[in-house]
Design a protein around this ligand. Structure first.
Ligand code: TRP
Ligand code: ZN
Length: 878
């Protein structure tokens, strides 16, 4: 794991099929805190597609070998070579034989949280992408599919619950030692090693069941730490809804007798789709109205669905190699987004997905860490679980659906499932399925997987009154990204509308043919479209529903945007029109140091706020300004985060003052007397009410602050309590410290709630925040060993507090660099993700840029870095 020189690159172009296949795996795992014994029996078979005479080479990572046997005969130490990281059998006895290997691993010493480790005393595993090799020697690559049988043995007291993939075959106390017991699990579906999982510990089970649409019963279990059973109800409900949805929308049924989920409190990411045994970060399982916000509930629903949907997109059809990661991730994110859109409000879901896309992916694509949705090379695969692979990957699938229509898309998915079930597939296999189902050539579309960078569309509209035509001139360009300077034009599905003077959509006719689906297909660098039969100058509504993940520069003026905000039949573009108005003001405010008149924006906002036909959740999204990060990305260079913050504060103030009466009314109207329910409609009312509270608190009078403190005190749910605390935390008032202290005292025994308390303090835009964060690191609730705590405090500071991370004195950068170096010794994955907070350093104004670069260089020049941190440091500086 430790590097001597620069880590080596792996290239997609060098892919070779595996030399040896493993038909079955029999694992016998005897759990022990420091010396877990793993015996692995592999039925090896030479791959007919491999190289003649190739040796057996198995991956390992930090393993201690105990014993080797071939076809049940002990093997002399001279017949093989074994280091902690690789096992080689130079002269295999035949083309098909059984290899048995015994190794020892220490789960208690495993701080990386990859492989077999312990969380709150329980045993669990994380194998994707390359963790299985930390458990036993194996061809640890996704194109080796095997049927697994897993026997787990453990102390009955220490680990009464023993789980693995598939169905339970047998179990019970050991005859030889009744203080120990065992369980045997068998998974009939061939799978790659990254989907293996094992759990052992003291866990409470929440049980339910589901009957698939063909009548097959499935036992559902969610395992949580004892005492937390009551918090798993919403997750279970979301699971059952996901299972039904996948049947109804993709024709996909579940395929085992049991489906188990285990919630653990030490986890590097959100959750993991291990076959039949999903393992979750407990933050995506546990919720009660008193401890979880509406956003937490939505997150649980989305992640439960995501992992469940992987059963077909990821597990039944897996990836040939890690370059194809987006094959399962982009597609599965698309599926979970669609599920949430169906369960909640489709436009509101789209708006929040696009906010995430722009904040995380557009900024990644605009900096040194930009890479294609399917990368062509990597040094460390763990660094490619990115917003580009996940979120842009989902956008690419969404565009495919837009281009093919719902029926064509579904037909292509059916072909994909039909032709590749049980296989380790590629993006080519995926696209070919759609080509086959619809007859459409997708070779140009495939560029979305190959070319990094957010395309820029320049669009000019011109009305010809005499001819009654409207012409759109469209040009596309894709910015240069690392390793890619020359780009080809892509297929961009641009959903549009033309609004007549009455605000209604005009019929779209190109030449003589109606544009039925309202989607222009941009395929060339420069293209023009002429709409006929246009009676008056229209206002174009471009990229409706954010049909393509592109930036747009158009000749829409401020008046046009105000008009779109008021009338567009596409709710996303009503939202986007307001965002555009606000962005222009914020950019100008940040550049010039003085905010231009916000009157047109305020006028448009007032209309939205007072429109009784609109969903409160939509209003809350539409009236929330773009974040400071988005303004920075739009400015693109010479960024001064303080200037952006000041401009945004001034704009919030102007809006709050102008709409004070309206916000007061909205606050009152959205007040709910009933008990908390986590559904989308109630959440939307809370969102609007809490947005109103935020604007009320920003005006000069103290009324909003008093109101926020009152709400903080009387709230019967975490959404309202935490929203009030957020508002208070943004103001330098006595009430802030009062509320923070009381929140801490009330929730100090609840780590997931304490995370909120840490995050909020890390994001206070004040000069003493860095000191506060340093002090909080010494708080008993904080630990550098727990990824959730690190992300809540340090991650929130680095990624979510632009003025303080980017302090002009460089102390923010130095602090984060110090933590990265410290954390790299125990958990490289979490460390490298934290280091990616520097990724936009080149767009900063020169003084800060120098400071950020110095901190990055200090990290890069440290010896003994993990491959994870070294890779991010090197690419960030390149
Ligand atoms: N495949 C998982 C998902 O998207 C995420 C994942 C990848 C992961 N690598 C991981 C989770 C490492 C935990 C640790 O659902
Ligand atoms: Zn996933």
């Amino acid at each position: 794991m430790l590097r001597d020189a620069e880590p080596q690159s792996i290239r997609l172009a060098d892919y070779q099929p595996p030399e040896w296949l493993v038909d079955t795996v029999h694992l016998d795992v005897s759990l022990h805190p420091t010396q877990t014994r793993v015996t692995s029996r592999l039925a090896l078979r030479r791959n007919p597609k491999g190289t003649a005479g190739a040796p057996v080479v198995l991956d390992g990572d930090g393993l201690t070998l105990v014993r080797v046997a071939i076809d049940d005969q002990p093997v002399a130490g001279t017949a093989y070579q074994a280091t902690p990281d690789v096992f080689t059998l130079p002269n295999p006895p035949s083309d098909s034989f059984t290899l048995e290997i015994e190794t020892l691993v220490d789960p208690t010493a495993n701080t990386q949280l990859m492989g077999l480790y312990r969380s709150s005393g329980n045993y669990c595993t994380q194998c994707e992408p390359e963790g299985f090799r930390r458990i036993t020697y194996f061809p640890d690559r996704p194109d080796v599919l095997s049927v697994y049988t897993t026997r787990i043995e453990a102390g009955r007291e220490e680990a009464p619950v023993l789980l693995s993939n598939g169905n339970l075959e047998k179990g019970g106390p050991l005859e030889s030692d009744p203080s120990r017991h065992y369980a045997v699990w068998h998974d009939p579906w061939p799978k790659p090693s990254y989907l293996f999982a094992l759990v052992g510990g003291k866990l409470a089970k929440v049980a339910d069941h589901f009957v698939t649409r063909s009548g097959k019963p499935v036992e559902l279990g969610i395992y949580v730490e004892e005492g937390k059973e009551k918090r798993a109800g919403y997750a279970m409900d979301a699971l059952k809804r996901s299972m039904r949805w996948d049947e109804e929308n993709f024709g996909r049924e579940y395929d085992l007798d049991v489906f188990n989920i285990v919630a653990v409190s030490d986890f590097n990411m959100g959750a993991m789709e291990n076959k039949g045994l999903n393992v979750f970060n407990d933050k995506y399982v546990l919720a009660t109205p008193q401890t979880a916000t509406d956003a937490d509930y939505a997150g649980i629903e989305g992640v439960i669905a995501h992992e469940y949907f992987h059963n077909w997109t990821g597990n039944r059809i897996t990836c040939r190699d890690w370059f194809q990661l987006c094959l399962k991730e982009g597609l599965t994110v698309f599926r979970d987004q669609e599920f949430s859109a169906d369960e909640r409000s489709r436009p509101v879901k789209r708006i929040s997905d696009v906010r995430v896309l722009k904040a995380a992916q557009f900024s990644e694509d605009a900096g040194p860490l930009a890479h294609p949705v399917r990368p062509q090379t990597y040094r460390e695969i763990n660094n490619f679980y990115t917003a580009t692979v996940y979120q842009k990957g989902a956008e690419v699938v969404r565009m495919l659906k837009t281009l093919l229509g719902p029926a064509g898309f579904r037909a292509g998915m059916d072909v994909y499932f039909q032709n590749h079930d049980g296989e380790a597939a590629t993006i080519e296999n995926f696209l070919t399925s759609f080509a086959e189902a619809t007859g459409r050539n997708l070779s140009q579309f495939a560029l979305w997987y190959e070319q990094a960078g957010t395309p820029l569309l320049k669009i000019q509209g011109a009305y010809d009154e005499a001819a009654g035509t409207y012409r759109l001139d469209v040009s596309q360009s894709i910015p240069a990204t690392p390793g890619q300077t020359v780009k080809q034009p892509m297929v961009i599905p641009l959903a549009i509308g033309l609004l007549g003077p009455d605000g209604k959509d005009l019929p779209l006719t190109l030449g003589n043919s109606p544009l039925e689906n309202g989607v222009l297909e941009i395929t060339q660098a420069e293209q023009s479209f002429v709409f006929t039969g246009i009676p008056a100058r229209p206002v174009p509504s471009l990229n409706r529903g954010f049909s393509a993940p592109v930036n747009i520069e158009s000749n829409l003026c401020q008046k046009d945007r105000v008009f779109l905000a008021a009338h567009d039949s596409d709710p996303f573009n009503r939202f986007d029109a307001l965002q555009g108005l606000a962005l222009d003001l914020l950019k100008e405010g940040a550049r010039a140091g003085e905010l231009p008149s916000a009157e047109p924006l305020i006028h448009a906002m007032r209309r939205i706020l007072l429109d009784h036909g609109l969903d409160p959740a939509f209003k809350a999204q539409a009236l929330a300004l773009p974040g400071e990060g988005e303004v920075a990305r739009e400015l693109g260079q010479d960024v001064d985060p303080d200037a952006i913050h000041t401009a945004r504060l001034a704009l919030r103030h102007a809006i709050g003052q102008a709409l004070e009466e309206e916000f007061r009314t909205a606050y009152k109207d959205m007040t709910c007397e009933e008990a908390f329910k986590p559904d989308a409609a109630s959440a939307g009312r809370r969102a609007l009410r809490n947005l109103a509270l935020d604007y009320l608190a920003i005006t000069a009078s103290h009324e909003g602050i008093t109101r926020a403190l009152a709400q903080f005190r009387v709230a019967d749910n975490m959404t309202d309590r935490f929203a009030a605390l957020c508002v208070l935390s943004q103001h330098d008032v006595e009430e802030r410290e009062t509320a923070l202290t009381s929140f801490h005292d009330q929730f100090q025994n609840d780590p997931l709630v304490i995370d909120k308390w840490l995050t909020l303090q890390a994001q206070i835009p004040a000069a003493n925040t860095l000191d506060r964060v340093r002090k909080l690191m010494a708080h008993p609730a904080f630990s550098l060993n727990n990824p959730n705590r690190v992300r809540a405090l340090i991650g929130a500071f680095a990624h979510g507090n632009p003025t303080q991370f980017n302090r002009p004195d460089g102390a923010g950068y130095a602090f984060v660099a110090d933590i990265v170096l410290q954390l790299d010794k125990t958990n490289p994955q979490v460390a490298s993700r934290l280091l990616s907070s520097f990724r936009s350093w080149r767009q900063l104004e020169p003084a800060r840029r120098d400071q950020a670069e110095a901190a990055l260089r200090r990290v890069a020049d440290t010896s003994g870095l993990s491959a994870d941190v070294a890779d991010i440091a090197i690419r960030s500086l390149a």
